[in-house]
Write a protein that binds this ligand. Structure first.
Ligand code: KG4
Ligand code: ZN
Length: 354
């Protein structure tokens, strides 16, 4: 049996977890603690890096302690400490990486740096489908900072097929939710509001990226399209100068929020599905995997499954958004492959997956 301690502080969740692997490499989640900064960031309508880093410093000890208690594991039983070292906010990453280094030194355990995006992919190994995962697979990695199509050829073997040219899809959900006055984080709020709405009520222009970029995404246009459809029209002169601005919850009287949320969600999901199906066909994959915060979206899950004969696998709902269980899971496979990092491990805010 192998026990991996995972630590994640790349953005606004302070998280620690313990994952156990048996001799066959089958994973079991022993503890998963997430201290969310959502309440604090709700006040500002988003994540402020300085605030996020400070909150990590304040909570990381308690979160780590609680994870060990919940797992009923003593430090000397651990086999390695896995920690997110990028991509993410530099100040936030530093807190987790330095904390992990301290533990590795104090407990005399190997340190393993994990890519946050790889962590999202490995959240699938903590799902009920873990035994069905085969390579090559196509992973649609969708979060607040990323929208990427990744060909997963084997453990730790990735090829980036395409990504967003501008905003990430999670960012679009968050911004549209603000426009509609639905609060932060926007994804779950839009999904909830959309359940009561008509997805055909509004037509939002979809990005046309042309045939030379078959696996690309673009989400900045749809955000503007929603703003134009629901906000009072700015004076023509301001609009001509590009001075339209995001005004939270300032809606025209005739706007139906549920309809707008449902129409936006349907358009955004459609924009995710098309390039995904194209890539799945072009690369003859065994399955389509969803990962990242936006993969929690049930409408996306059902729409995608309805449009393909391939199996569609997604992480358990609590492991879609940022957590340390996924970091421990990815860390286990890196540990098994022999990766050991020195105490010189540094944060890499722009760390690419491939
Ligand atoms: O993976 P994650 O927790 O953090 C990043 O690495 O970015 O993803 C957070 C993003 C946010 O933009 C949030 O609005 C979105 O995931 N999200 C959702 C849903 N739940 C979270 N988007 C759509 N539908 C959801 N149910
Ligand atoms: Zn994430």
């Amino acid at each position: 049996m192998t026990l991996i301690f995972g630590i994640e502080t790349s953005c606004d969740e302070t998280a620690a977890a313990v994952v156990e692997a048996n001799a066959e490499g089958k994973l079991r989640l022993r503890a998963n603690i997430v201290a969310s900064q959502v309440e604090m960031h709700r006040k500002y309508g988003g994540v402020f890096p300085e605030v996020a880093a400070r909150m990590h410093v304040e909570t990381i000890h308690a979160v780590a302690h609680e994870a060990l208690l919940a797992a009923d594991v003593q430090p000397d039983q651990l086999d390695a400490i896995a920690v997110t070292h990028g991509p993410g906010l530099a100040g936030s990453l530093l807190v987790g990486v330095n904390f992990a280094k301290g533990l590795a030194l104090a407990w005399d355990k190997p340190l393993i740096g994990v890519n946050h995006l790889e962590g999202h992919i490995y959240s699938l190994w903590l799902s009920d489908h873990a035994d069905s995962l085969r390579f090559p697979a196509l992973c649609l990695l969708i979060s607040g900072g990323h929208t990427e199509l990744v060909l997963v050829r084997g453990h730790g073997d990735y090829a980036l097929l395409g990504g967003t040219l501008d905003d990430a899809v999670g960012e679009a959900f968050d911004k549209v939710a603000r426009v509609l006055g639905l609060g932060y984080p926007g994804g779950p709020a839009i999904e909830r509001a959309a359940r009561e709405g008509n997805p055909h009520a509004y037509t939002f222009a979809r990005a046309d990226l042309g045939e030379e970029r078959p696996y690309a995404f673009s989400f900045s246009g749809i955000k503007t399209a929603v703003m134009r459809a629901v906000q009072p029209q700015p004076a023509h002169s301001r609009r001509a100068r590009g001075e339209e601005s995001l005004r939270e919850g300032n809606l025209r009287a005739d706007v139906n929020i549920a309809d707008a949320a449902a129409s936006f969600q349907a358009a955004a999901v459609e924009m995710l599905i098309e390039p995904t199906l194209r890539a799945a066909q072009d690369y003859s994959v065994t399955a389509i995997w969803l990962a990242g915060g936006v993969s929690a979206n049930k409408y996306l899950r059902t729409q995608l499954a309805a449009r393909t004969a391939l199996p569609v696998y997604a992480p358990p709902l609590p492991l879609c958004t940022d957590n340390a269980a996924m970091i421990a899971a990815a860390g286990y496979f890196r540990y098994a492959a022999g990766q050991r990092d020195s105490l010189a491990l540094d944060v890499q805010p722009m760390l690419p997956l491939a």
